[in-house]
Design a protein around this ligand. Sequence first.
Ligand code: COA
Length: 159
Amino acid sequence: MKKAIYPGSFDPITKGHLDIIRRGSKSFDKVIVAVLINSEKQGLFSIEERVSLIRKATFGIDNVEIISFDGLLVDYMEKNHISIILKGLRNSKDFEYELQMANVNKILGNEIETIFMISNPENSYISSSMVKEVCKLGGNISGLVPSEVESIIKKKIMG
Ligand code: COA
């Protein structure tokens, strides 16, 4: 079975993330969306909330699993017999950063491959922080986040 892990903070999931998950689910037998538990970066949404938002947004995609992890990504992967990391690339800035991460993971792990999918142009400017900022300032986030979770995100940010 060809499994890929799609790691990130997902604070919160955006349309860009969902696009990569959807496309990944067509290329792999299973996509494991992995939410990083980062004790140094609190974030706005709790880990449970992030997992729940991803679960709602990916409802109906049968070969997607959502987990959370702490520690090294490659350790989680080795323990769970996963060798492919799936990542989205939005622009050249992402590329510089992702190249470094892919190389470090290759050195840290055993036979780890990182596979990149180019983000759709309409998602190339979206980020989780941008969603939070636009929403906090009263802007419309419907083009930025999956419709299934838009109201939950708004409620959390606007109160
Ligand atoms: N569409 C839209 N937005 C995207 C996106 C896409 N396809 N891909 C990334 N983003 C955005 C995110 O929304 C986030 O935005 P923000 O900075 O505004 O919050 C930003 O890009 C960064 O993404 P993030 O989800 O935080 O992931 P990351 O690329 O920083 O990587 C891990 C995080 C989890 C993959 C990485 O830190 C990790 O593996 N940590 C575990 C510890 C470890 O193993 N370290 C060694 C690895 S080298």
